[in-house]
Design a protein around this ligand. Sequence first.
Ligand code: URA
Length: 475
Amino acid sequence: MIHRVRLPERGLFEAWRSAARIAISHRIAPEDIDWSDTFGLFEAAPLPDQAGPHQARVPPAFLRLAGSVIWHSAPERLGLLYQALWRIDRQQGDPLSQADPLGRRLNLMAKSVGRDIHKMHAFVRFRELPRTSRRRFAAWFEPEHDTLEPGSAFFVKRFADMDWIIASPRLTARYEAGKLSFHPGSIRPDLPKDASQELWATYYANIFNPARVKLAAMRAEMPKKYWKNLPETRLIPDMLKDAEARVARMHAAAAGIPRPGALPVSPRYRAAMPVPADLPDSLDAAGKAALQCRRCQLCEAATQTVWGEGAPSARLMLVGEQPGDREDLEGRPFVGPAGLLLREVMSDAGINPHEVWLTNAVKHFKFTPRGKKRLHQNPDRQEILHCRWWLRLELSFIRPELVVAFGASAAFALTGNAAPLTPRRGRIETGLHGGPVLITWHPSAILRQKSEAAMQLRRELAGDLASAASFAPAI
Ligand code: URA
């Protein structure tokens, strides 16, 4: 008798696991199970409902491998995994090892799934939809395997503050008001490759709106009684509602006047740098005014103010700590060793430096002289707070959709949170300006590490930048 197993499309891993657990507990041999849910020549029966007497030992390494292989698109994967489980239970060789033909095949499948998930994280390109109560984004993606379900956790973690959908041919992941759900896939829109933002937005607005999803496909996949459970638009407090008020408060503070607590600036510097008469009313004017800043004493030893650069209408703003030796001399951000590394990683992530706004939390180089060298020193809290005035001014003119904070100083400047970086890395926090801030490593942290650790940090930085690019694509 062949046993037939019917598995759901969603929650596949858990379903396969419990079916396999029952099958092995009854010692049902691999050749007696049809995992494909199509049965022709042989009589077929479902698996027993209850577990049998045999208790199999399942090593965690098998579960890890199975948790990955299960998303492979090859139909035979379910049977192959059960064969491996069967052999582990019977102690027939090591079906997890690369030296075993079955192990090699499963490991290759897991690798291919891993690559597919990685590609999804790097290449999903969100487009913003017309706003309702929360910011909404949508993307179309065609994974090679069934990886949207396992791959979605990454987007939940990063884009927790907004609503989004990722539509694919087999499945649609929908994240609304903090809840992730999966729905039938959709048809690739018949739009030209270079379709404008507006066209895509119209398409997505249609598939995003539960009232307008493809009804025939839905009926086929889901009985009508479940329709009422589809997410509805909820009124969520607008995370940006306070932004205007904040900018107004910021404008109320004067530009060139040292803030309380700032160390005195020497008369030499004060005479050379007159306080600008008016508050800057454009990004350009702000940059010019910043050249004369003396809100703290860092201006004294530094060569010049290093203002941000890039596209004034950028959707993505990248914020470092402070200029380094090279930046101080050239008057441009990220042109030294950390900058070169950053530009490389940005290019891997598909980010064009001309399409973003690149700047620093602190606009003057802080250093201590050592012989002929000037050694970088971290800015202290007060220096960061003084310079935040400029950062906020930059933010108010650029109005980016997403800000990336490189390292602890930038994270503190942007969010006011000085907590350690490691647990925050890769997460999106709400900035003091009211918008989302993605926290990630500073490129110079990578330069300070030995090769293994450096590779890991670099991969993480690249992943964060790729998700930043997908969150706020240039077009
Ligand atoms: N490090 C930064 O944080 N910013 C720069 O501009 C250069 C190095």
